[in-house]
Structure formats: structure tokens, C-alpha cells
Design a protein around this ligand. Structure first.
Ligand SMILES: *[C@@H]1O[C@H](CO)[C@@H](O)[C@H](O)[C@H]1NC(C)=O
Ligand SMILES: *[C@@H]1O[C@H](CO)[C@@H](O)[C@H](O)[C@H]1NC(C)=O
Ligand SMILES: *[C@@H]1O[C@H](CO)[C@@H](O)[C@H](O)[C@H]1NC(C)=O
Ligand SMILES: *[C@@H]1O[C@H](CO)[C@@H](O)[C@H](O)[C@H]1NC(C)=O
Ligand SMILES: *[C@@H]1O[C@H](CO)[C@@H](O)[C@H](O)[C@H]1NC(C)=O
Ligand SMILES: *[C@@H]1O[C@H](CO)[C@@H](O)[C@H](O)[C@H]1NC(C)=O
Ligand SMILES: *[C@@H]1O[C@H](CO)[C@@H](O)[C@H](O)[C@H]1NC(C)=O
Ligand SMILES: CC(=O)N[C@H]1CO[C@H](CO)[C@@H](O)[C@@H]1O
Length: 875
């Protein structure tokens, strides 16, 4: 009551004031009013604080730019409208509506662009005193409809959890005084349009009712860009977001009166299109890999494979379950891992890991029969919901796989291969027995047994070479014990599951069929071993064509010994076949010309050591040589060939092979063709030559002359040669009668005899060395002048007969001995006569004398012919 009283008293006061200073107020909305062409425009006009009747009249007119007024419409004067607008007024295009006593509305039903102008609302005065304003102006601006909306959805099909982008481009021509808002809406099956979010007309954002929480959680993001691009990103879409999307653009002006309110002047909606959201449950696939049969104590290894759209952005909760095959009991959780990776439930024995983004592996070690069952995995996929909240988007369970745990027998395969096959006798053989695809052996053992059969497999003559039993012990076979002991055969376990048989030297009788038998043993209850499985390999054939070594030797003459004393040379070329790494030894053999008395001369063994054989005379050791010239050639040389060397020579070559033991073993021998040394047996050839130390002696001097004997051709041993030597003189005067006088001789026993000749001649004969016989003529006189020569009769022992035999007598060339004194005497007289004549008859005589002397001096005394010599002697 008190309040009402107060209001009333205020009203009285106000009335009083108004009566005191009353002045009319005509008001229109503050301009400019922006409207879109074709729309209907209503402009209100109020009047207040007036006097007179309550009901007031109004007039609307246009003020043109030049200030002229065009009357539009009036509340009381039907003739008021200007002719230019009469039609529009009459047709109701422009009308005025009385809202109350003191307010009207000017209504232009389809405003035109040309209607842009200043509008004036006037009230005729009903006041006693003109006071206040009687009209008010407002500007109307009519703009074109240029708003364009172009929506697009780049990805109209998305998966649950993925973001959805809604793009809307809005543009318009005029922006002055107008503002834009964009609204994204969705139309679901219910066919009602639900606003998601509105941006504008100020820069505010308003989320629709159903999306406020999502906006608050950050699930809706605005993506605003230049050029009128308005984007909205909806994060983590759900199946409920499926529907038709609509984009609405609205153009606004501010509410008249400068208030905060907005006036919508234009609105355009465009269908963005249908968006389908694939539920995660639809793309999530869970499967477990195949049925498996395991041995007791094996490790169960199962993989749960996942497939889902956007798998990596999911949080996964995984459970492995097992159900007994005969499902009287329910299912049992093996392991349950939460979406944070924490094990929520499960035994410590069970292991699980995410081996790949889409694969979870279950490891269950040491399975027992009771672990048999149907295994499956269950997956729950969680998606973020904003603000750190998650929701379970899907749950899937795989089909079960059957795991059967049982006791399995060992399984394996055996392959036997020959890694070394012999090509020759004595080559090594090696075989490998490989156990592959070995399964289920676990604590078991493998044993191997090697067998040999001479003929085709299946033959009853199979014998065991050796075995390595389940304890790893080598057990030799009956017939092979010795070879195994010697190490000729080795049986080993070379790798984990490979066995090796090696024969160092394969004999011809080792050819045949070899097999290995592998046995798997499992531990028995009584701490022993049970034979679980035995497999025999296919046989391997060891066979080679025994190749007999072949050797051939060809000898040929390199140097012919055509005379005694020359050098003989022979080459032997060796060709070997079917020999492995051979070495050769060479023996030179000799047979005499009759093909008898075979003798060994010289040999070179496989290690190239030279040895003289017994058939070689000690005195001739320097005369023979045997050399290896190349890989397969040998040279034999015999220096100073003698008669006794005549005969046939050949090379005997032996090929040796060497095995691992590095001892040479004889393989094959061959003898070459024979090469003959043959030359005519002329016996030794002797030569005699003479030599004097001086050819002219002074009377009384001793003249020495040497008779030198030499042996040519086949020389007998020096001890087996002797000579009968005789010296002769042909005195200068005796030459004319052709008589030669024997002077002195030495027989082959060394006995010297002066024989005939001039007894007064003093001479001696001595043998200065084996072949030189020196004659010395002492105290030479005229009688000693003349020709000397020697004769020699050689004697030698025939090597085969051993008796002395003489050769033909040899005569040396002559040597002339002359006197120096005789020459000097011959020169004395002419010189003397010359000097006397020179003194007597002068220069001419001297010249003559010189001429004579010259003539005499020009004679060479050495080669004085015998006749001149005699002349001089007479002088
Ligand atoms: C006219 O008066 C009404 C009612 O009092 C008011 O709502 C409106 O804003 C006024 N208009 C103007 C232009 O003053
Ligand atoms: C929207 O505007 C952006 C930027 O101006 C442009 O790249 C895009 O192509 C427009 N989209 C449509 C559907 O016109
Ligand atoms: C696994 O075993 C079950 C039961 O025996 C059988 O129905 C299923 O076909 C098997 N699956 C495969 C992949 O072998
Ligand atoms: C399980 O099996 C996979 C292949 O099938 C293998 O790579 C992996 O090592 C196994 N894991 C174990 C623990 O045996
Ligand atoms: C399931 O039951 C059947 C019949 O009782 C039996 O023959 C079979 O062995 C059982 N299977 C397993 C895995 O226990
Ligand atoms: C684990 O699973 C078993 C049976 O599924 C249940 O009885 C037990 O309560 C679970 N434990 C936890 C910690 O969830
Ligand atoms: C004998 O010896 C001499 C001198 O040494 C020599 O000139 C001559 O040629 C030799 N005769 C023969 C047949 O050898
Ligand atoms: C036997 C002989 O012929 N004697 C002669 C040796 O030489 C002297 C001198 O010349 C002679 O007188 C001998 O008659």
C-alpha cells in the first residue's frame, strides 16, 4: 500500500511539472534504419507531452536530398499523399497504422531501393502554445539482398570418434551497419532442426541446448578464417551425430534506439548435406589365431588380432578368457588388462603384451592337459568424450580357438648327404646326417647309427660301422673297430642335430651304400631312456671307377756323343694319368751294346735327392748329372764319353702319391725307350807336337826341345797310357842325302838310350810331365845345327781286355836349330871393306859401301833358306 501511495504522489508531481513546462515530443527510431529490398518496413512514430485531444493525428513525408518534401500518407487527410506515391498508397504498398492515440506505424510492404531517404513523421499541433518539436526524422536505407551462403562438408562419412568438419562460407556486398551470424544445425530423423552453435552477430558464441555441455567440454571448435569462411569442427563424433546438417547465415542491424538489441534483417539457410557416422562397434573386429595342439610343458602362444577404424586413438580394455571344451564349468578369466594397461585380474603365470598396435599376445608357459579349452579374447574400446572423460564405444568378443594340450611324440626328418665323395682310391669320404624339423624332443636325446651295405639297400649284408648312442657314447661296429681305433674312420656329432662320418682313406672295398639311422629317445619313468622314434635315411652311394694310374716316359737324345770325349745328353719326359699329386723318382739305367750287364747309374728320388748308384765307377762321379728341368722333365748328362760308356741308356720313372700321412707311396713305374751311345771305336787318338825354347843358339849354349804328346777322343785313364819316344836329328849337311840320325830314345818303361848319331853330340832326354819329353842338346856346336823331330809310339791298356796295346807311331813336325855366330862373322867383312873404301874414295864409296851393307842386312836370318845358310858357313 505504501508503495502505491508513493507512485501516485510522484505522478501528481510529474503532472504538475508537465503542465508547467509542457512541450510536445515527436519521436521516431534513431536511424539509420537499414532494411533489405523487398521486405516490409515498419517505422514507428510516437508523440507525447502534448496538449489537446488525446487522439493525435500523424503525417509521414519524405525529405529529398534537395530538401524538398514528398508527402506520403496521413492519418486524417486522404488527399495528403503526393501524386508520385498515390498508387502505392492506394494499393496498400504504403500504409499507416494507428497503434494507439499517440503512436503510429508507417508500413512499406515491399520496400524498394529507391525508398532510401529520410522519413519525417509530423503531428499537427493541438497545443495551446507551440512548444517542443512537431516532427522527427529518420533515415531509411534500403540495401540489396546480397547474402550468399556456400556450405561444404569435406568428409561426409566419418567413423565414431573422428572429428567432423562443417564449413560454411558466407558473403554479402554491403557490410555497413549490418552484422552477420552463422548457425550450424542438424536435422536428425525426428525432422526437427536442432541448433548446434551460433557465431555472431557480435563475436559471441552460443551453443545450442543439446550441445552446451559438449561445447563446454571443448568438443566443438570454431575455425574462422579470412574471406567469410566459417568452420565448425565437431570432435569425436558419435553415431548420434549422424544426420543432415544445415548452415544458416543471418544479417542483423542494431535495434533502433541505440539499444543493445539486434534486428535481423536477412536470413539464409543452406543444406550442408548428410553425414553418416560409422559406429566403432561396426568396424571393430576381434579374432584369435588358429586352433593349436600342444605338447605338455610347451608354451601356449596365442595372438588376439584387432581391426578398427582409428585403432590408435582408441583405449582398449582386453580380457583373455578360457572355457572348457565340455563346458560344464563356466568361463575363466586368464588375464584382464584395463585401458590404462594395468592388469586388473589374472595369474602371474599368464603374460600378455601388445606386440603390435593391432596384436595382443598371450603367453602361457608350461601348459598342462588341464589348460586345454576354448580360448577367446574380449575387447572393449573406449573413446574420449571431452574433459578427460571416456565412454565405452564398442565391445567385441572373438570366436574361440581350440587349444589341445596332450603328449606328443618326437618328430623329425633325416637327410644324409655326402659332403666329400672319393674320386680315387684313398681319397677321403665324408657324410653328414642332418636331423631337421625336430619337434617335441624336449628333454630327449638323439642317437645315430651308421651302416654300410655292399649292394643295393635291403641287402642282408648290412653292417654297422659305428653308433653314437643316447648317452653320447661311441660304439664301434664289429668290423670297423680297428679303423676307428686308428682314426681312419671318425664318427662325430658336428652340430646340434648333425652327425658326421669321415673316412680318411677310402678303400676300393668301401664302395657301397651308406645310411644313418637316427633314433629319438625320451626319458623313461625308470630314469632310463625309451625309444620314441627311429628314422633311417635314404642311402648314399659311394662309388668311383677305380682308375689305374698310368705312367709313360719318353726319352730323347738332346746331344749326341759321336766321338769319345764328347758330351751325351738325354731328356726324359714323364706323362702321368690318374695320379693325384704325384711325385716322381728317376733312375738312369744302362745296358751295354749287347743289351747285357744292366746297371743302375744315377737316381733322383721323389724329394729330388740325387744319388749315385752302384753301377757308377767312382772315377766317373764328376762326369754325370741328372737334373729336373720342369714339372715332368729330367735331363741326364754324361761328360767325356768313353768307349766303355757305349750302350743303351734309359730312364726308369716311378710315380709316388702322398696322402695325409705325408709318406710317399709307390703308385706305378715305367721305363722309357732306350737311347744308344754308339761311336766307332777308333781307340784313343794321339797327337804329337814339338816346341823349342829357342831356334838360334850361341855356340856352347844348351838347346831344349819339347816333344808334347796329347790324347784326343776317348781317353783311357792316364795311368793306362805310356809312350816310346825317340828323337832324331837331320844334320844340316846330311839333309842333302836325306839321312836322319836317331839321337836318343825313352821307352815306355822310362829307360833312356842314346842311339847312334854323332857320338860327340851331347844330349839328354827327360820326361818333365806325363806327356812332355824334353830333349836337351848341351854345348851346341856346328854339328848340332839342323832339323830335329821326335817320334812317339803310344801304348795303352784296353779297358775291356786289360792288355797293353800299341798305337801307330807318330812323327812330329821338324824344328830347325841354327847358330848365331855364323851370322855375325858374315857381317864383319863387308862393313870393314866399306869403311876402307869410304876413307879412300869419298862419299860415293861410302854410299856404295852402305848400299852393300844394306843389301846384306836386309836378309832375315830366321828364314834363311838352306842354300844361303850353307854359303854363309863356307864364308
Ligand atoms: C513509442 O512508445 C512505445 C510505448 O511506450 C515504445 O515502446 C517505443 O519505443 C516508442 N518509440 C519511439 C520511437 O520512441
Ligand atoms: C570457402 O572459403 C574458403 C576461403 O576463402 C575457400 O578456400 C573455400 O573453397 C570456400 N568453400 C566453398 C565451398 O566455396
Ligand atoms: C577350431 O576348432 C573348432 C572346434 O573343433 C572348430 O569348430 C573350428 O572350425 C576350428 N577352427 C579352425 C580355424 O580350424
Ligand atoms: C610366439 O609366436 C610368435 C610367432 O608366432 C613368435 O614370434 C614369438 O616369439 C612367440 N613367443 C614366445 C614367447 O614363444
Ligand atoms: C568332452 O566330453 C566328451 C564326452 O564326454 C569326451 O569324449 C571328450 O574327450 C571331452 N573332451 C575333452 C577335451 O575333455
Ligand atoms: C578376478 O576374476 C575372478 C573370476 O572371474 C573373480 O572372482 C575375482 O573377483 C576377480 N578379481 C578381481 C580383482 O577383479
Ligand atoms: C796336334 O797338336 C798340334 C799342336 O798343339 C796342333 O797344331 C795339331 O792340330 C794337333 N793335331 C790334331 C790332329 O789334333
Ligand atoms: C860317327 C860320326 O859321324 N862322327 C862324326 C862326328 O862329327 C865330327 C865333327 O863334325 C866328325 O868329324 C865325325 O866324323
Amino acid at each position: 500500500m505504501h508503495k502505491e501511495k508513493g507512485v501516485f504522489s510522484l505522478f501528481i508531481l510529474f503532472l504538475g511539472l508537465a503542465t508547467l513546462c509542457e512541450s510536445r515530443v515527436v519521436s521516431v527510431p534513431a536511424g539509420p534504419l537499414v532494411r533489405v529490398e523487398g521486405q516490409s518496413v515498419a517505422i514507428r512514430c510516437n508523440v507525447s507531452d502534448y496538449q489537446g485531444p488525446r487522439d493525435q493525428e500523424f503525417e509521414w513525408a519524405l525529405i529529398l536530398d534537395n530538401g524538398a518534401e514528398v508527402q506520403l500518407i496521413s492519418t486524417f487527410d486522404p488527399l495528403y499523399p503526393d501524386t508520385s506515391v498515390k498508387d502505392r498508397v492506394n494499393s496498400g504498398g504504403i500504409s499507416i497504422k494507428k497503434l494507439s492515440d499517440a503512436s503510429v506505424e508507417l508500413i512499406i510492404s515491399k520496400v524498394r531501393a529507391s525508398d532510401s531517404a529520410t522519413y519525417r513523421c509530423s503531428t499537427p499541433s493541438t497545443d495551446s502554445v507551440m512548444s517542443g518539436n512537431y516532427h522527427a526524422d529518420v533515415e531509411l536505407r534500403v540495401i540489396g539482398d546480397t547474402l550468399r551462403v556456400v556450405p561444404s562438408i569435406p568428409q561426409p562419412a566419418v567413423s565414431e570418434g573422428e572429428p567432423l568438419e562443417l564449413q560454411c562460407n558466407a558473403s554479402r556486398a554491403y557490410t555497413a551497419h549490418t552484422f552477420l551470424s552463422i548457425t550450424w544445425s542438424i536435422r536428425k530423423e525426428t525432422n526437427t532442426l536442432e541448433d548446434i552453435l551460433t557465431f555472431g552477430p557480435d563475436s559471441g558464441v552460443k551453443a545450442g541446448q543439446g550441445f552446451a555441455q559438449r561445447y563446454a567440454d571443448g568438443g566443438l571448435l570454431l575455425d574462422l578464417r579470412e574471406g567469410g569462411f566459417y568452420g565448425l569442427v565437431m570432435k569425436g563424433v558419435k553415431p548420434s551425430d549422424q544426420g543432415a546438417y544445415v548452415c544458416t547465415a543471418r544479417e542483423w542491424t542494431r535495434q533502433p534506439g541505440g539499444g543493445k538489441g539486434w534486428h535481423k534483417i536477412l536470413e539464409k539457410s543452406e543444406e550442408m548435406g548428410m553425414v553418416t557416422v560409422t559406429p566403432l562397434a561396426q568396424s571393430l573386429v576381434v579374432s584369435v589365431e588358429k586352433n593349436i595342439t600342444l605338447n605338455v610343458e610347451d608354451t601356449l602362444n596365442l595372438t588376439c588380432l584387432l581391426a578398427a577404424h582409428g585403432l590408435l586413438s582408441l583405449d582398449l580394455e582386453l580380457t583373455w578368457l578360457v572355457r572348457a571344451v565340455n563346458s560344464s564349468a563356466g568361463q575363466r578369466v586368464l588375464i584382464h588388462v584395463g585401458r590404462d594397461g594395468q592388469v586388473l585380474n589374472g595369474s602371474e603365470l599368464v603374460g600378455m603384451s601388445r606386440v603390435k598396435p593391432d596384436a595382443f599376445r598371450l603367453i602361457l608357459p608350461k601348459v598342462q592337459r588341464s589348460d586345454s579349452g576354448l580360448y577367446f579374447c574380449q575387447v572393449k574400446a573406449w573413446l574420449p568424450q571431452g574433459s578427460g572423460r571416456w565412454y565405452q564405444a564398442a565391445e567385441k568378443t572373438s570366436d574361440p580357438v581350440q587349444v589341445l594340450v596332450t603328449r606328443l611324440d618326437p618328430e623329425f626328418k633325416v637327410t644324409l648327404t655326402a659332403s666329400l665323395t672319393p674320386q680315387f682310391t684313398s681319397d677321403p669320404t665324408e657324410m653328414v646326417c642332418q636331423v631337421t624339423n625336430l619337434l617335441n624332443l624336449r628333454d630327449g636325446q638323439l642317437s645315430v647309427s651308421w651302416t654300410y651295405a655292399m649292394n643295393t639297400p635291403g641287402d642282408s649284408s648290412i653292417s654297422t660301422i659305428a653308433s653314437i648312442n643316447e648317452h653320447g657314447v661311441l660304439v664301434p661296429g664289429e668290423k670297423y673297430r680297428q679303423q676307428l681305433d686308428r682314426g681312419d674312420i671318425a664318427v662325430t656329432r658336428s652340430e646340434q642335430n648333425a652327425f658326421r662320418l669321415r673316412m680318411l682313406r677310402t678303400r676300393d672295398e668301401d664302395m657301397g651304400f651308406y645310411s644313418c639311422i637316427v633314433t629319438a629317445w625320451t626319458p623313461s619313468r625308470q630314469a632310463g631312456w625309451d625309444k620314441a622314434k627311429e628314422i633311417k635315411s635314404d642311402p648314399v652311394t659311394v662309388q668311383w671307377k677305380p682308375k689305374t694310374p698310368v705312367l709313360s716316359v719318353v726319352a730323347h737324345r738332346v746331344r749326341e756323343a759321336s766321338t769319345g770325349g764328347s758330351t751325351f745328353e738325354m731328356s726324359c719326359r714323364v706323362t702321368g694319368q690318374n695320379l693325384q699329386n704325384p711325385g716322381y723318382s728317376v733312375l738312369i739305367r744302362f745296358e751295354d751294346a749287347q743289351g747285357q750287364n744292366p746297371q743302375k747309374i744315377l737316381s733322383l728320388n721323389a724329394d729330388s735327392v740325387l744319388q749315385l748308384e752302384e753301377g757308377m765307377a767312382a772315377s766317373r762321379t764328376d762326369s754325370v748329372a741328372l737334373e729336373k728341368m720342369g714339372q715332368q722333365e729330367y735331363r741326364f748328362r754324361l761328360y767325356g764319353v768313353q768307349v766303355s760308356d757305349r750302350g743303351f741308356y734309359c730312364c726308369e720313372v716311378t710315380a709316388w702319391t702322398r696322402d695325409q700321412s705325408s709318406d710317399w707311396s709307390r703308385a706305378v713305374s715305367a721305363e722309357s725307350n732306350k737311347i744308344e751311345i754308339a761311336f766307332a771305336d777308333s781307340g784313343p787318338v794321339f797327337n804329337v807336337s814339338i816346341h823349342s825354347d829357342r831356334y838360334r843358339v850361341l855356340p856352347g849354349d844348351t838347346a831344349k826341345m819339347e816333344c808334347i804328346l796329347s790324347t784326343l777322343g776317348a781317353t783311357p785313364n792316364t795311368d793306362d797310357v805310356a809312350f816310346d819316344v825317340r828323337w832324331f836329328q837331320s844334320p844340316a849337311r846330311a839333309v842333302e842325302n836325306g839321312g836322319a840320325v836317331p839321337l836318343i830314345s825313352m821307352d815306355r818303361w822310362g829307360v833312356v838310350k842314346k842311339s847312334g848319331g854323332n857320338e860327340s853330340t851331347e844330349c839328354s832326354l827327360e820326361r818333365t810331365d806325363r806327356n812332355t819329353f824334353v830333349l836337351s842338346v848341351h854345348r851346341t856346336q856346328d854339328r848340332d845345327i839342323g832339323e830335329y823331330y821326335c817320334t812317339a809310339k803310344p801304348w795303352y791298356i784296353l779297358p775291356d781286355a786289360g792288355t797293353w796295346r800299341d798305337g801307330p807311331e807318330l812323327t812330329s813336325a821338324p824344328v830347325i836349330l841354327s847358330m848365331k855366330l855364323a851370322l855375325w862373322d858374315s857381317l864383319k867383312m863387308p862393313v870393314l871393306y866399306g869403311v876402307v873404301a869410304a876413307l879412300g874414295i869419298g862419299a860415293l864409296s861410302i854410299l856404295l859401301g852402305l848400299l852393300v851393307a844394306n843389301c846384306c842386312l836386309s836378309r832375315n836370318p830366321m828364314h834363311t833358306p838352306r842354300s844361303k845358310l850353307m854359303d854363309l858357313e863356307i864364308d
